[in-house]
Design a protein around this ligand. Sequence first.
Ligand SMILES: Nc1ncnc2c1ncn2[C@@H]1O[C@H](COP(=O)(O)OP(=O)(O)OP(=O)(O)O)[C@@H](O)[C@H]1O
Length: 373
Amino acid sequence: MARQARFETLELRGVGRTYGSQVALTGLDLTVRAGEFIALLGPSGCGKSTALNCLAGLIPLTDGQILVDGARVDTEPAERRDFGMVFQNYALFPHMSVWKNVSFGLEMHKVPRRDITPRVERALDLVHLREHARKLPAQLSGGQQQRVAIARVIALEPRLVLMDEPLSNLDAKLRLEMRTEIRRLHQELGLTTIYVTHDQEEALSMADRLVVLRDGRVQQVGTPEELHDEPANWHVADFMGFRNLLEATVEAVRDDGVVVAAGDIRLTGRALEEVTAGGRARVAIRPDDLRIAGPDEEPAENRVRAVVRVVEYRGREFALEATLGERVLHVRSAVAPAVGETVELAVDPSRALVYRDEGQPSQVEEALAEATA
Ligand SMILES: Nc1ncnc2c1ncn2[C@@H]1O[C@H](COP(=O)(O)OP(=O)(O)OP(=O)(O)O)[C@@H](O)[C@H]1O
């Protein structure tokens, strides 16, 4: 098959997929620009693999359209889309050498013989595997196998690269190395990439834009900074590492902030969704935005007195858990108080994000409920 020209835009319009009465994905709208690195992010079962497989043409859509530069591709079979896929389990041919694994796709695509050798060489060079070309996949480490899978896709020069949790079978150190490697390849080759992961750090460090999914629906699309600083709702905040999610009642909505009460705690925060006095809310605070304040430090507002229960050393700082009645607060701190000590925790009102609460449990609460069931 002849290579198709790179595109300007890839558009998903109302893409959905149901399995009987089970909605795996619904109403996915997204416009991807040429050269972008997009991460589809969300917890297990949120529909990210479904979205990727719909794009790849491995499963048909039940709703919506996929367009490349305005022309529909969702009606085309997978092999006509010119999209390349890197799978979680590498999906290498075990009986073929590294070289053959990479050249095979080119042969299948009827690339002229004289072009195959330079393309395989270049792809293997890019992933630093040239000297392993004669080996079989079983003679390689997991990281090297994943590099072969990536080389195979690079050699095909597809107009879109799809990656489904490509690093989840690697150990932590290799995962970090391969993150940088994939990012470097993306920058060097400018391949438009859609990358599925449940790891928010991975997504934040690699992607130009992130799409956060939950229960098959898009929650937010934004740059890493946008998602990090201003999650659209408390579920996104939950997923983005705001470990403190206090259930609260809105006391007052003022120009300079929203006053909320969570048991004995009273805080002024910044509303990122419309909230009304008397309504339920969730206050989301990152562990590194809760700081231990000195007794005479000004201002004295936005303070919580809590008892330190756990102190864990984490390299340059400490991860603390402090309790206040039933509540547990997670704090990142440069200093380590003693276990049992009472501390004053302070949060800047702009860093206490206030959201509407419809009463669903958070990830942690769900996990606790499952564990005690
Ligand atoms: N073949 C299928 N038949 C029925 N339901 C399915 C099928 N494939 C997926 N689902 C359901 O669709 C929902 C989304 O699944 P999907 O695999 O896309 O999630 P995911 O976010 O990729 O999760 P994971 O990270 O665990 O792979 C889930 O509730 C899943 O059970």
